[in-house]
Design a protein around this ligand. Structure first.
Ligand SMILES: Nc1nc2c(ncn2[C@@H]2O[C@H](COP(=O)(O)OP(=O)(O)O)[C@@H](O)[C@H]2O)c(=O)[nH]1
Ligand SMILES: [Mg+2]
Length: 325
């Protein structure tokens, strides 16, 4: 594989080259990791930056419909839009966007859009790295907006929020007046909560849900990265294309404020530090999986079991041995 050529093609907005590069960063093969590293370093010198928007919501809430409508609205404004999925459960479910590509049919045909289904990976660490690198590739391919979707199982919201500038939570109108069991942690990372399906018979329920969440958001601790009025809850209808332009205005205004105030740069720097630390942790953990290390662990475990060594002493020896085995 010619990495320099691939790099040039990506910079020239070649979508097939971008797709190939994402396949490369998804690969676990050691030689592919080396090539992926070379490619990413080569592209990083360009310093192209997109607006990265994370989007979370339970299945059925309307994520695909929203991404299609919102994406088409952006491309109609001349913006280039990339869509990625972060879904650690995709090995079981077959990918959150894959079956959806049909649902996002119009967007996937748009020459200014790029849609990438989630890969079949179960390991969240692998998903995180792949997603982060895929976002970097999309930025290099000159996309203006990168939408990163997650179905929000387990810790995938954290992963997505750690690669996004803005985080959207999509909700459906609730039947009663209860908050729909949305975890506090997810509320705390949301910049804008969108109550979708605010149309037809669901409209009044959507109004109530929106009021409930506006109230709940006001009770959260104020974050330094928020101007007056944020985070906020808004109503949209992805199906009828309502409220999307207003939502986009709000997102831009929030992003503009954060850029002016230095929060945007701060956040990207913090994210870079976070991912560096995560990579080191993961690489260390991966070393424990090598056959030699396992063998040594088993041997030491026996000495602990028979009482020859204490667990603490054996662990210290194991750590000392890590550099030699
Ligand atoms: N009434 C209404 N239905 C919607 C809206 N957005 C999505 N839906 C419907 O909700 C269902 C699930 O939508 P989908 O986009 O696949 O949700 P996802 O699982 O979150 O990706 C589909 O039947 C959509 O037609 C909306 O704004 N209004
Ligand atoms: Mg979907």
């Amino acid at each position: 594989m010619d990495i320099a050529e691939l790099s040039t093609k990506i910079l020239n907005r070649d979508r097939r080259a971008l797709a190939r590069a994402i396949t490369l960063v998804e690969s676990q093969r050691a030689d592919h990791r080396v090539l992926a590293g070379e490619l990413l370093s080569m592209l990083a010198t360009q310093r192209r930056q997109a607006l990265r928007i994370g989007l979370s919501g339970t299945p059925g809430v309307g994520k695909s419909t929203f991404i299609e409508s919102f994406g088409l609205m952006l491309t109609a404004q001349g913006l280039r839009v990339a869509v990625l999925a972060v879904d650690p459960s995709s090995a079981r479910s077959g990918g959150s966007i894959l079956g959806d590509k049909t649902r996002m049919e119009r967007l996937s045909r748009d020459p200014n859009a790029f849609i990438r289904p989630s890969p079949s990976q179960t390991h969240l660490g692998g998903v995180a790295r792949r997603s982060r690198e895929a976002v970097a590739l999309c930025e290099a391919a000159d996309y203006d907006v990168v939408l990163i979707e997650t179905v929000g199982v387990g810790q995938s919201e954290t992963v997505v929020s750690e690669i996004s500038d803005l985080f959207l939570l999509l909700l459906a109108p609730a039947g009663g007046d209860e908050l729909q069991g949305v975890k506090r942690g997810i509320m705390e990372i949301a910049d804008v909560i969108l109550i979708n399906k605010a149309d037809g018979e669901l409209k009044s329920a959507a109004s109530r849900t929106c009021a409930d969440y506006s109230g709940a958001l006001r009770l959260l601790r104020k974050r330094p990265q928020d101007p007056e009025g944020f985070p906020k809850a808004m109503m949209v209808s992805a199906l009828e294309d309502k409220g999307l332009a207003l939502a986009w205005e709000e997102l831009q205004s929030l992003n503009g404020w954060r850029r002016e105030q230095g929060h945007w740069v701060q956040r990207r720097e913090d994210q870079a530090r976070y991912w560096f630390a995560q990579e080191v942790r993961q690489a260390l953990l991966a070393r424990l999986d090598s056959p030699q290390v396992r063998h040594q662990m088993d041997a030491l475990a026996e000495t602990v079991a028979s009482g020859q060594l204490s667990a603490t002493a054996a662990a210290q020896q194991m750590l000392a041995d890590l550099d030699t085995v």
